[in-house]
Every structure is written in C-alpha cells, then in structure tokens.
Design a protein around this ligand. Structure first.
Ligand SMILES: Cc1cc2nc3c(=O)[nH]c(=O)nc-3n(C[C@H](O)[C@H](O)[C@H](O)COP(=O)(O)O)c2cc1C
Ligand SMILES: Nc1ncnc2c1ncn2[C@@H]1O[C@H](COP(=O)(O)OP(=O)(O)O)[C@@H](O)[C@H]1O
Length: 310
C-alpha cells in the first residue's frame, strides 16, 4: 500500500476507484466496504484509493468536543494496509479545506488529483462547504467529469454506523468481548513504558505504566482487565488496571499492566496491549496488603480464564 500525506501528493495517471471516510477502528463493517473497493479495482482495472482525513473533522470544527477514537492514525494506517488496499491518502482536514465548495472539491481533488473513474459512497454522504452537497449532486458532477457513483445501501451503511457506536459504547462499559467481536480483532492501545511511584514492586506486582502519546485515543472504562502483549517477539499475558489508583492516594489516570511469568525491565520500551476480557471495577481498598490480595485474586481469575480458552 502506498501512502500520501495529501491529495496533491498523489501523482498517478491511472484511473481509480475511490471511497471516502474516517474508517475509525477499521472494523468488520468497514472491511466489507473495503473488500468491495479492492475487488472493484481488480475487476475494472482501476487503482483502489481510500481518501481519509486527519485530524478528524470534528476535532477541527468542534474543538470543544472531547472526541475519542478507536484507533490512532498510525493504527488506522496499519489496519488499512492489511485489507489489500492500493493507495491511502491521509489528507489534512483544515478550516480552509472545509470551506471548499462542492465543485472545487470534486473537480480539484476527486477528478484532477485522484483520477476517479468510480466513487463508492454511502447514500447519505454529504460534502463541500457546510456539507451542502449530497449523492445526487455527486452523480450530476459524474456526468460532467465522467465518473460513476456506486451507492452503499442504507442497510450496509447502517451496519457500519451501528458497529462504530456499539464498539465505543461497549468499551465505555468495559464490555471487551462485544467490542472485539465488532472490531474483528482485539482492541489495543500502545505507548511508552514510563516510571510510576515504584510501589508495585513492593507488593510483588510490578506494573508497566503506559503513556499514550495520542490524547484522542479511547481507553476502556476504569477497571481491571486480562490482556496480551507481544514483547520482543514473545507473547505474554497480563492483568491491567485502568484508573486513578485510589488505594495509594492517586488522582491521575494510569494504565498499568502486570505481566504474568515475566521479569524484565520495560522502561522506555514501546509496547502494545490487546484487551481480552474485563475482570472487575476499580476499588478503594483499606490497605496495600488488601490491594495485594485482590490483585492475587485477579491473577487467579485471569489464569483460569486463559486456561479455559485454550
Ligand atoms: C491487576 C491490578 C488491579 C488493580 N486494582 C486496583 C484497584 O482496584 N484499586 C486501586 O486503587 N489500585 C489498583 N491497582 C493499581 C495499584 O494501585 C498500582 O498498580 C500500584 O499502586 C503500583 O503503582 P506504581 O506502578 O506506580 O508503583 C491495580 C493494579 C493491578 C496490576
Ligand atoms: N512482570 C512484570 N510486569 C510488569 N513490569 C515488570 C515486570 N517485571 C519487571 N517489570 C519492570 O518493573 C517496572 C514496574 O515496577 P513498579 O514497581 O510498578 O514501578 P513503577 O511505579 O515505575 O511502574 C516495569 O516498568 C518494568 O520495567
């Protein structure tokens, strides 16, 4: 897959089939649309192109709204790469871009830059300044500029919209299994391991504290989870606590993982953790000793879960 940092960076004379969207999560519904794109490209000898935007339009147009996304732009890129897509354009979404008229957008971007011969798009897609043009307008432009518009049905689109919302809601409720089913893979977060208060080791539960670079990345609700991680090529399971650690008087939200059967220095390493299941809510325990006993129970629970899953 070739990547481009703007529509004008895409320099290709071959005609294309294009689909446009955010594809946050690249979940099973998105994959169905992307499969159609890649198959159409093959059948009709066109290049397959996804036009996506970053930052998310709502991050630019509604800056006061705290938007959380299922995937960072790097994760989204990697997941799109796995679909067999030919070309990915991550176009900067700016105020100036949002002011383009429908005509300018279609003519300059879709036709002149992307050489669109076919556009696969949702029936309710809106575009151009103030989102005032719709799919009927796009079909009219197609007559002038000689491209075809293939409509994604309400049903198919509904499935996509439903799963994005459902995945976010499931993660907000700690329902990892539902989220993973809709995603078609395990929800994951990654970041650098940073130093904490060094209390973990004193109760025999050292925890790798993850620092997320992207503030817009969604984190599942506070609580305790079973996770897995690939560390230097080897798979480890772990128990992760998402929360403020009230037992030790914490106030800042942290994401900390104790890896099972593991004993290595992870500071400054970049690691990803995949969420497998939810164990319990975060609680305020009366002492560190009680916390240690509770984490031991979490460990037993995780081991049992992993054994049954084998
Ligand atoms: C599996 C697991 C469950 C945890 N559950 C809780 C909890 O319910 N309440 C709480 O205050 N802290 C909880 N913690 C977080 C501990 O308070 C934290 O890991 C400990 O203070 C060590 O922090 P440090 O990495 O800064 O040394 C949990 C940690 C783990 C690994
Ligand atoms: N099984 C393990 N799980 C997680 N981290 C481990 C493990 N064994 C060793 N470590 C190391 O110990 C560190 C965590 O120790 P801890 O006492 O919790 O300190 P901190 O408060 O700095 O996180 C991790 O960042 C990692 O480098």
């Amino acid at each position: 897959m070739k990547k481009y940092s703007s529509a004008s960076a895409y320099k290709n004379d071959h005609q294309s089939v294009v689909t446009i969207g955010t594809f946050d999560g690249v979940h099973i519904g998105h994959k169905a649309i992307l499969k159609r794109l890649v198959e159409t490209a093959k059948k009709e000898d066109l290049d397959s192109v996804v036009l996506t935007f970053f930052p998310h339009p709502r991050m630019v147009l509604q800056q006061n709204v705290d938007i959380k996304l299922l995937t960072t732009i790097d994760e989204r890129t990697q997941l799109l790469e796995n679909t067999g897509l030919g070309h990915l354009i991550i176009h900067p979404f700016t105020h100036a871009f949002s002011r383009l008229t429908a005509l300018e957008y279609v003519r300059d971007i879709l036709v002149n830059s992307l050489k669109a011969k076919k556009i696969i798009i949702g029936y309710d897609h809106r575009f151009g300044r103030n989102r005032n043009a719709n799919i009927e307008d796009l079909k009219e432009f197609g007559k002038t500029y000689n491209f075809e518009v293939e409509e994604i049905s309400a049903k198919e689109l509904d499935d996509v919209a439903v799963s994005s919302t459902k995945i976010r809601k499931a993660l907000d409720a700690g329902d990892i299994e539902t989220a993973n089913n809709y995603l078609g893979y395990n929800f994951m977060i990654s970041g650098e391991v940073v130093r904490g208060k060094a209390i973990g080791r004193t109760i025999n539960y050292p925890t790798a504290n993850l620092n997320l670079k992207e503030t817009y990345k969604l984190v599942p609700k506070n609580g305790v989870y079973i996770v897995q991680s690939i560390i230097e090529g080897e798979k480890f399971f772990g128990i992760t606590s998402v929360g403020t650690n009230p037992t030790v008087g914490g106030t800042k939200k942290t994401i900390e993982t104790h890896f099972l059967d593991f004993n290595k220095d992870l500071y400054e390493k970049k690691i990803g953790i995949e969420f497998l299941n939810y164990i319990r809510e975060e609680e305020t325990f009366s002492s560190l000793e009680v916390l240690r006993q509770e984490i031991l129970k979490d460990e037993m629970f995780a081991k049992q879960y992993l054994k049954e899953r084998e």
